[in-house]
Design a protein around this ligand. Structure first.
Ligand SMILES: C[S@@+](CC[C@H](N)C(=O)[O-])C[C@H]1O[C@@H](n2cnc3c(N)ncnc32)[C@H](O)[C@@H]1O
Length: 271
């Protein structure tokens, strides 16, 4: 039988493909990968639309306990659902390799990913350089290495897609030390926080080259859903723009083609 990796797309339960839905309906067990991305509609809305109950698969289950996931996949179909595309940003290659090792046939059913849906702001996908991740800073840990990657992209005139950190099933140091299995509420980084970390990073680097507070950036919220919102402004202004519900992504623009610029104008903040 088959281990299916099925992309759900980005917006609503209806974004699943017909092929994906058929595989979900025929699978004996259905898992939802629940730590690299989310659909804001929640698991219940998916269950209702698919007519199937869904088991949430956290990072531990996928990375440490894949036997459970792949259990019986030789005898019956198992579906592993991933928001976006199963190979968009987080590739889940490990899981596929474990299925291959166990001689379990697998099939991938693709869908839209944030990696290509960002084209909705009018920037050409061809003009993007390396994608980066911006992580939540702490009081004592403020990595700025992503600035070098942004500068590398800027030198070549390329745009930079910044994926923003997601923290689920985090434990406070205190609970961890006491061995208590109590988890913090999930956190999804907003574009405002990403912009403010970037501004602080620029200041700490004290450099006038590459990324500056004047650089034109684009924030995208809830792409693909009815709440989708896009705002384009210089970094120093974008930090204060309200985007609405997460998930958010941020783009630092490189050299803008006149048509890209024209397209972006519709997303300038209304004054
Ligand atoms: C690991 S990546 C997503 C991988 C997913 N498999 C895909 O193909 O889209 C997760 C990050 O992508 C961005 N993202 C995902 N969905 C988004 C959406 N609908 N709107 C804006 N940003 C999104 C956020 O920055 C989020 O933290």
């Amino acid at each position: 039988m088959v281990f299916y990796l099925i992309g759900l797309g980005l917006g609503n339960p209806e974004d699943v493909t017909v092929k994906g839905l058929n595989a979900i309906k025929s699978a004996q067990r259905v898992y939802l990968e629940a730590y690299t991305s989310i659909l804001t509609c929640g698991k219940e809305a998916l269950e209702e639309y698919y007519g199937r109950s869904i088991i949430l698969a956290d990072r531990d289950m996928v990375e440490q306990n894949s036997e459970e996931l792949l259990r019986d996949a030789k005898k019956s179909d198992v579906a592993f659902l991933v928001v976006g595309d199963p190979f968009g940003a987080t590739t889940h290659s490990d899981l596929v390799l474990r299925a291959v090792e166990q001689d379990i046939p697998y099939r991938v059913i693709h869908n839209a990913s944030i990696m290509n849906a960002v084209g909705c702001c009018g920037l050409q996908l061809y003009n993007f350089g390396e994608t980066i991740s911006i992580v939540f800073w702490t009081d004592t840990w403020k990595p700025t290495s992503f600035c070098d990657k942004i500068d590398e992209n800027l030198k070549r005139g390329m745009h930079t897609l910044c994926l923003l950190d997601i923290k689920v099933k985090e434990q406070s140091i205190e609970n961890l030390m006491r061995g208590r299995k109590v988890f913090e509420p999930p956190r999804y980084m907003t574009s405002n926080l990403a912009c403010s970390q970037l501004l602080e990073a620029i200041e700490s680097k004290n450099s006038e080259t590459g990324l500056t507070k004047e650089t034109m950036c684009v924030s995208l919220a809830a792409v693909g859903s009815d709440e989708q919102k896009i705002v384009a402004a210089p970094l120093k202004e974008l930090v204060n723009c309200e985007l609405g519900p997460t998930l958010h992504s941020l783009i630092i623009t490189g050299t803008l083609h006149p048509m890209e610029l024209d397209f972006l104008k519709q997303f300038y903040p209304k004054t």
